[in-house]
Design a protein around this ligand. Sequence first.
Ligand code: 5GP
Ligand code: ZN
Length: 133
Amino acid sequence: MEDCIFCKIVKGEIPCYKIYENKKAIAFLDINPIAKGHILVLPKNHYENIFEIDEESIKEVALAIKNVAILQREKLGLQGMNIFQANNAIAGQTIFHIHFHLVPRYAGDNINAWPKSNYFEKDIKGLHKLLTK
Ligand code: 5GP
Ligand code: ZN
């Protein structure tokens, strides 16, 4: 897609520090990392978000995520890993070409991966019915 930074990276029009690629996915270092070894994994084709990506691409992306995570664990001495992915601006998406953030976790890094919410579910049973009927 024209005007998409990540499509330009895939095409080699903008440089990146590539870490891994397979048939349908690519992984490179985030330009503004929140932790040492923060890597983005994305499909080579342009899909805006999780609702749009096709099955073959998401499978290849999942495989890439697994392989990159293993590489990070081998090379970085991390103690844990968070995988983040934002869909739409309300969720914090800023680049509208789906991507997964693989964020290595280190003791004392102070990253708050699970923000508190004041939401309280009053009707778990009803919600289950809604989602499964
Ligand atoms: P989002 O908020 O959409 O989930 O995350 C977009 C991510 O892309 C951010 O972490 C940002 O640092 C990263 N990013 C934005 N532009 C570039 C770029 O040109 N190159 C690379 N490698 N990362 C980028
Ligand atoms: Zn794109």
